[in-house]
Design a protein around this ligand. Sequence first.
Ligand code: C2E
Ligand code: SIN
Ligand code: SIN
Ligand code: SIN
Ligand code: FE
Ligand code: FE
Length: 356
Amino acid sequence: MNTSHLPHSALVLVVDDEVRNVKLLETLLHADGHATISASNGKEALVSAVANKPDLILLDIMMPDMDGFETVARLKADPRTQPVPVIMVTALDDRESKLRALQAGAEEFLSKPVQSSELRVRVRNLLRLKEYSDFLTDHNQILEEQVSERTAQLKEAYRDTMFTLVRAAERKDAESGQHVRRISHYCRALTAAMHVPIELQDTICDASPMHDIGKIGIPDHVLLKPGSLTPEEWAIMKTHCALGASILSSGTSPYTRMGAEIALNHHERWDGSGYPSGRKGEDIPWAARVMQICDVYDALRSRRPYKPPLDHARAVAIIQQGDGRTHPGHFDPKVLACFSTQAERFAEIYESHANV
Ligand code: C2E
Ligand code: SIN
Ligand code: SIN
Ligand code: SIN
Ligand code: FE
Ligand code: FE
């Protein structure tokens, strides 16, 4: 920002209860090329300062009702007017009242009668100061915008890395990471509908895509088998939970910690019939109970080596009424109820992030 053009054509608010004084100051300021507005008392000055955003305020001390000390104190207490420099114009030439004005927040003084050369110097200095402080404010705002843009880029880079790793783990090259993106969106839909705090929503959205990362350790002949698994193969398959938790347990961020908890527990069931530990009810971590229903819905909708894709109505029916393999008692009743209210949203997410 170029500061050299200042202090030309600033807007100055002149506050004095005597019209004659206002006129005098305005004449001097106009001669130096500034525009002016005026107020005849403190209350009017406060309103005008907010409405007109002057670059500088010239403020009389002795005024009826609200004097200059109180006016400047209020101007400095309001974040909207706090940055505007204030010059107190005073007939009181004693140190006491100058100190009081400084304590109340005024930047400068002028003694009456005001000398034009003195006024010019003070005005120019304070306008430079104001310009510089505006520059810093703008600069900070730009920096904040850059930081949040970088943060968004980092988050996107995180997701990219995560989705790439999970695709490698699941050997689902055809899916281009859509399955794990959908899981994140389902978790958002459920936790938002449950009015979970936003930070917890964000954490589960970032953590949930990692739930099956342990499949990286499952041999192809098991993971990609077109038909049902033998008991031995099933035993191998079930190790993906502990394996995933152990991969993620070295992480220290909230989402890797929650990711480890989800990986370990996402096949536990509310009625205790799940694996690897047979945990029951609220012994199963909350995030895993949310994630589980999302995983089952998405697996039902998707083609797997061992099953064809099912339509939305069929998937919802299996979750709500059960089939030979799934039973409503597997799910946390509160999460299941929430799923039922959000079922249409699940369909939208599946369809808008379908595999290509
Ligand atoms: P996945 O394919 O991601 O499935 C996740 C979960 O969705 C399953 O957990 C199950 O609860 C549910 N699910 C998936 N397909 C169906 C289905 O056709 N009907 C019903 N009712 N529910 C379904 P589960 O059973 O613990 O399986 C964990 C993982 O083990 C599966 O992840 C998959 O990778 C593998 N798997 C399970 N069954 C078979 C199978 O018969 N053949 C092969 N090759 N892999 C299987
Ligand atoms: C995310 O964390 O942005 C994915 C979940 C969503 O916002 O739907
Ligand atoms: C969603 O909000 O869950 C879907 C929109 C998107 O792709 O982020
Ligand atoms: C919630 O706020 O509903 C989740 C609390 C939890 O982590 O169990
Ligand atoms: Fe799994
Ligand atoms: Fe999965």
